[in-house]
Design a protein around this ligand. Structure first.
Ligand SMILES: [Zn+2]
Length: 423
């Protein structure tokens, strides 16, 4: 079998640089054809939150405007998205024993939802655990499902729970989300620092992730946590969905010095399309209140039957459209998104940049509303002069190289004692 990777290595490709006299349309068609040949992975997909929604089927085509979803099989095909890291995301809750146990259970249910989705659609999706799985699965025309953890709050006060998540297939994990937790400080906690970086448990988390071969993800981490993870980790780390502070000044984005440091250590930034990290969105208490009410209306969603759940989502989506009409927010455009990607590429080069658009987690810009539009990134990078081998690195090669480095460095499992009087 000629693998897609081998095919790419031959350099057989459509001309990456548009030929003279070609129309825009033919250039667009060339870009789409080239894009479809690439192995394309997104390192932060929040779609697992949608998997458990009654009546929602990943094999059906959906629409963000009517059900808030941005990734499904038909749109992955259209956008040339071969798969990615599906996040086990847990919202930050109270740092109490009850809160932590609830978070642990929530994360395990989320992990189960990913496995159930793959089991139910085994002819179209497959779980992936090592870098080589990606091309093997994509060559079989299936979508690639790596698993990651966004917010390691569910580890409660027992960092060794990370071993259980590794056993479930998790190969990337970030310590925090919107707020500080038992592992360290977030980039966006309204109350500022708790630990001045990682907590003692957070340092244990970094060491154990290295030992297991789990990629450390510093998206959502404070600058101090980023610095301490880079310093402590024996292998490079990732920013699975982040932007550039030099383009838009937001604590969720990374400054140029740190971006250079990330690249110098072999790490990778995957560019995020989350609106308020790309453009300034002024606070609007009335809008926020109305939006919270809309999302609160979906709280009981998972216990509804399929028809009622679908109806509840459609009603919430209609309310959201009215809200957007009443209180229009500044919306980032595709050019804003590309400004972050092009800045990162200029600063650290095509070996250290990729795509983590935050689909189903708040991502999406005007002109790239869901994963069906992923090919536009390729088209724009071709216009900027990037070649097919650069694009292959950006779309998966860099993240997979990092994953390989992390897995190669993992501590070999202790030999299992043979014989003896075990019980
Ligand atoms: Zn996130």
């Amino acid at each position: 079998m000629i693998s897609r990777r081998l095919f790419l290595a031959t350099g057989a490709a459509l001309a990456a640089v548009p030929a003279k006299g070609r129309t825009n349309n033919s250039r667009g068609a060339d870009a789409r054809a080239l894009h479809q040949r690439l192995l394309c992975l997104d390192t932060h997909l929040d779609t697992a939150m949608v998997f458990a929604r009654p009546g929602w089927d990943i094999m059906q085509r959906h629409n963000f405007e009517s059900d808030f979803s941005q990734v499904d099989y038909p749109r992955m095909l259209e956008g040339g998205l071969d798969g990615g890291f599906f996040a086990i995301y847990t919202p930050q809750g109270p740092l109490t024993p009850d809160g932590m146990m609830a978070a642990r259970d929530y994360a395990l249910v989320r992990a189960a939802a990913i496995r159930e989705m793959v089991a139910k659609n085994a002819t179209h999706f497959e779980l992936a655990f090592v870098p080589a799985d990606a091309a093997r699965i994509a060559d079989r025309k299936k979508r690639v499902v790596f698993q990651s953890i966004e917010n390691s709050y569910p580890l409660a006060n027992d960092v060794t729970l990370l071993r259980s998540f590794y056993a479930l297939g998790v190969r990337m994990a970030g310590p925090v989300h919107f707020a500080n937790n038992q592992l360290g400080d977030s980039a966006t906690d309204p109350n500022g620092k708790t630990w001045n970086g990682l907590s003692p448990m957070g340092h244990d988390f970094v060491a154990l992730a290295n030992e297991l071969g789990i990629i450390l993800d510093a998206s959502h981490s404070s600058d101090d946590v980023f610095d301490q993870m880079v310093a402590q980790s024996k292998v490079p780390i990732i920013l699975s969905h982040s932007g550039c502070r030099a383009v838009h000044d937001h604590p969720r984005n990374i400054d140029d010095d740190r971006l250079r440091k990330l690249a110098a250590s072999g790490g990778v930034i995957q560019i995020n399309s989350y609106n308020s990290y790309l453009v300034t969105v002024p606070p609007n208490a009335e809008r926020d209140k109305a939006q919270s009410e809309i999302f609160a209306s979906l709280r009981g969603l998972y216990s509804l039957g399929p028809a009622d759940a679908t109806k509840a989502v459609a009603i919430a989506a209609a309310r959201m459209r009215s809200l957007n009409a009443k209180y229009p927010e500044p919306r980032a455009t595709f050019d804003d998104y590309m400004a972050h990607m092009l800045h990162a590429l200029k600063l650290v080069g095509p070996d250290h940049v990729g795509v983590g658009a935050d689909w189903d987690g708040g991502g999406g810009v005007v002109g790239m509303e869901d994963c069906a539009s992923n090919w536009k990134i390729t088209a724009r990078l071709l216009q900027e002069g990037y070649r097919e081998d650069d694009l292959q690195k950006i779309w998966s090669g860099n993240a997979l190289r990092l994953m390989q480095t992390v897995q190669d460095a993992r501590k070999p499992a202790a030999p299992v004692p043979v014989g003896g009087g075990g019980e």
